[in-house]
Design a protein around this ligand. Sequence first.
Ligand code: URA
Length: 265
Amino acid sequence: MDSALDWHTARALLEWQVELGATEAILDAPVNRFDLPKAEPAAVTPKTKDGRPVAPPPPVDRAEPDAVEIARHAAQQCGSLEALQAALAAYEHCALKQGAKSLVFCDGHPGAKLMIIGEAPGRDEDREGKPFVGRAGQLLDRMLGAIGMDRRSDDPAKAVYITNVMPWRPPQNRDPEPKEIAMMLPFLQRHVALVKPDVLILMGNTSCQAGLGQRGILKLRGHWAEAFGRPAMPMTHPAYLLRQPLAKREAWADLLAIRARLNGA
Ligand code: URA
């Protein structure tokens, strides 16, 4: 059923009502509690032929499944981007999926030499199912245009491929948690291995956390690093540049370094 509320908001409202003392959920039809079925007869302990009680079954192992291991196993099986998208759609261990409308997988051309890894979808991306389509995405398109790149192009010299660390929108656009990033890491590694870009851009702290295992984008930016076995340039996120326009000067220097690397300099 489609609801005006997202999953996280609906859950928060329900928890609030329980805190206020609500103990009953009113049903569409009334229930006569005096007319409930009679109690089940007491269970009879099963006996062996010679009258001894049958040993109870061994306890069920209720340990939490290892979400990262399951992700690693699922990602390893994927021989194509379509298979990887399907594996993500089938992955049930990340709570962000519950609250998201879309699985935001990628945009652009899979044969591109340049691959951008952003953070996570926001509201616009969740609605449209594509990465970087909101205000930050529009700025990103202008930045790419300034070095002759275009996510709509299928000319390998101009083409760009875009994805995010997280394919599901975090509630209220909060930062993804370390355990959520860890679950997505095997999928991201496989994603990069399938696209095989010449150059990666790590957009912002979450992307640097995933690719380099460290945060601190203002120190990392502008310095070539290696992520997933590829040359990677950490850059400040376009959402940051919208708030801090003076930082665009440094972002421009980073874009020129990327252009030169793509040109083989
Ligand atoms: N910010 C991101 O990091 N990714 C998006 O897709 C949108 C905004």
